[in-house]
Write a protein that binds this ligand. Structure first.
Ligand SMILES: [Zn+2]
Length: 226
């Protein structure tokens, strides 16, 4: 064997080094993204699932200030607190605040109705007035409910799981850490039933986590078949 050959790098060693370097970079990138907490919202409004009807509020001081949502670090779940009302009625209530006569600040990115219908009131690039100190870094979901217990019916519950899971995927959030109740921000009894029954809240988070896994599996399948 000549000396020149001995000094040459084994191509397999070079490939191994390249793979290790790539893996290291990926781990560092994931770490930085975790430190920053969630993904930044896109400069433009992202496409939402088909079941979401977009009907944005007019930009106004009371329910859609038009302020940029710079970072999405969580999803906050609410109940509307007004039994039997529809998603449409709640969306229109937020719009009605725009004249300032009620001097009330309120809105939500999404409202889920009793039949599982979803209306988006505020773009994901802007803040809504729903979650107090967390307005600036969370997406809000208001859920309609049939009676004063605040229990979500099956249609609204299923849709809330689905939409929350979609948001977790889209903005790189963890259901068990980043999905919270309004109660967790201010101590307000909202969403009432899921504050009074912590086991029901834990079950909701588990359902969201399972749905995230199902979405991931479906995406992996689609990628394989494309
Ligand atoms: Zn609330």
């Amino acid at each position: 064997m000549d000396r020149y050959r001995k000094r040459r790098l084994n191509p397999r060693f070079v490939i191994l080094c390249a793979i290790l370097a790539a893996l290291t970079l990926a781990v560092i990138a994931a770490g930085i993204s975790r430190l920053l907490g969630g993904g930044a919202p896109p400069a433009e409004d992202v496409p939402v699932p088909d079941y979401v009807e977009r009907d944005y509020l007019s930009v106004n001081e009371w329910s859609r200030p038009g302020e940029a949502l710079k970072k999405i670090r969580g999803v906050v779940i609410h109940y509307v607190g007004n039994p039997g009302t529809t998603a449409r009625a709640n969306r229109n209530y937020f719009e009605s605040l725009s004249d300032g006569k009620l001097a009330t600040y309120a809105s939500s990115h999404f409202v889920i109705g009793l039949e599982g219908e979803v209306i988006q009131c505020v773009p994901l690039t802007e803040i809504a007035y729903a979650s107090n100190s967390r307005n600036e870094d969370t997406v809000s979901i208001e859920v309609c409910h049939p009676d004063e217990t605040g229990v979500f019916n099956d249609a609204a519950y299923g849709r809330c799981v689905e939409l929350t899971a979609w948001l977790c995927r889209e903005f790189h959030l963890k259901p068990e850490e980043d999905v919270i109740r309004h109660y967790d921000v201010t101590g307000k009894l909202c969403p009432l039933y899921y504050v009074e029954d912590p086991a029901a809240w834990d079950a909701f988070l588990e359902d969201v986590a399972a749905e995230v896994e199902a979405l991931e599996a479906a995406e992996a399948d689609a990628a394989k078949n494309s």
